[in-house]
Write a protein that binds this ligand. Structure first.
Ligand SMILES: NC(=O)c1ccc[n+]([C@@H]2O[C@H](COP(=O)([O-])OP(=O)(O)OC[C@H]3O[C@@H](n4cnc5c(N)ncnc54)[C@H](O)[C@@H]3O)[C@@H](O)[C@H]2O)c1
Length: 356
């Protein structure tokens, strides 16, 4: 501790490591004191110094500093386990960036280290606080649409995978371990009380052969609920971020700016329609509903995030380090997440449905 504040450090000062230092110095400065960072790249160390941050000369030097209580691991994915375990053994609480690590076996080693050392170990699943997700959660919890039978969560990019470690399998590259982890964590938390029955996943390799640059996954839950997760990096036209169907209505969120709407049927009995011309034929079944049998509503209000709104996770972290709260992101949640990720890889490899 430093003057009653939690002493912190970040290992890996890339895009996300820098973000964590800004979080600690700007929003969390009343509870945290950033002691320094360590990165293997000299240009990243120079940038840290320019930003007024102390740079340790080695990981060992950083871990030996007794002022540091808490460490964020923000390196490429293959290094999370090794660094997190070393940090806990050096007496530090740890938050790993997502994905926590690359297999259930590796995760158990990390959890064992936490038990052995008595040190807090959690993961930065920040997208549990995304406003688009919180909007979907609100619609689901209010049972707005009636019995839910389908939900689709899609993230569309058009730049392939960045040309760094994210393209290397050995370093934990690919979209399943990247955006997949976020979208899957959101769904597993949303349907926390439901039993997952099976997973079927297919991957794409459009821009490279080594790692998946996208995937399409179907999760089947008890109660005839289907979830479609999709991540793409060759989408020059975006698909809606969320599409949700219940027996009495449909909700759509088209983008991260929360554009979208809810359409509810107001007169289910009024099914008869005048056939319409569609393509070269007629259709009655697919004739659009007339305005007198539906009602349109705006999406429910959730607070839009700002940089500081995301401090909920960080404040919980401080409480947990101080022994006043349980961490929001638990070991069991991570165990379940990684198990489903493993099922996604297995399903894609065998082209089979994986049952739970
Ligand atoms: N939670 C989120 O929203 C979010 C967003 C982006 C990335 N991430 C995660 O954050 C982690 C880092 O991603 P990024 O986008 O910052 O990548 P990045 O490539 O920008 O940064 C990684 C940094 O780690 C450094 N590094 C590599 N090996 C090291 C070592 N042995 N010791 C110290 N530093 C080392 C690199 O030099 C680099 O500066 C990944 O696990 C990624 O999945 C999370």
């Amino acid at each position: 501790m430093i003057n009653g504040k939690i002493g912190t450090a970040v290992i890996g000062y890339g895009g996300m490591g820098k973000w964590h230092t800004e979080k600690m110095m700007r929003d969390m400065s009343e509870r945290m004191e950033l002691v320094g960072i360590y990165d293997i790249k000299e240009e990243r160390c120079d940038l840290a110094r320019e930003n007024g941050i102390y740079v340790f000369s080695s990981r060992e030097e950083l871990l030996a500093d007794e002022r540091i209580d808490f460490i964020v691991v923000a390196t490429p994915n293959d290094l999370h386990k090794e660094i997190a375990i070393q940090a806990m053994e050096a007496g530090k609480s740890v938050m790993s960036e997502k994905p926590v690590t690359m297999s259930s076996e590796m995760l158990e080693e990390m959890i064992d280290a936490s038990k052995r050392t008595g040190k807090l170990f959690t993961v930065h699943q920040n997208r549990r606080f995304d406003p688009d997700y919180l909007t979907i959660k609100k619609i689901y919890e209010a049972n707005t649409l009636g019995r839910l039978f389908n939900i689709e969560s899609r993230v569309c990019g058009s730049r392939g995978i960045p040309g760094d470690w994210r393209q290397k399998k050995a370093q934990g590259g690919g979209m399943i371990l990247d955006w997949g982890i976020h979208t899957l964590d959101q769904i597993l938390m949303l349907f926390d009380d439901k039993k997952l029955l099976s997973v079927y996943n297919q991957v794409t390799n459009i821009t490279n052969d080594e790692v998946d640059d996208g995937f399409s996954c179907e999760l089947r839950y008890e109660g005839n609920l289907t979830v479609h997760l999709y991540v793409g990096t060759s989408n020059f036209i975006d698909l809606p971020r969320w599409y949700m169907q219940g027996e009495n209505g449909t909700a759509v969120i088209t983008d991260w700016d929360l554009n979208g709407e809810i359409v509810m049927v107001s007169d289910w009995e009024n099914r008869d329609a005048v056939p319409i011309q569609a393509g070269v034929g007629l259709t009655k079944t697919m004739a659009p509903r007339t305005d007198d049998t539906i009602k349109k509503y705006p999406l429910p209000y959730v607070e839009k995030v700002s940089f500081s709104a995301e401090s909920r996770l960080y404040n919980n972290l401080c409480d947990a380090i101080e022994g006043k709260a349980e961490p929001i992101v638990t070991h069991d949640q991570q165990r379940r997440l990684i198990r489903v990720v493993e099922a996604m890889f297995e399903s894609a490899e065998k082209n089979e449905v994986i049952k739970f």
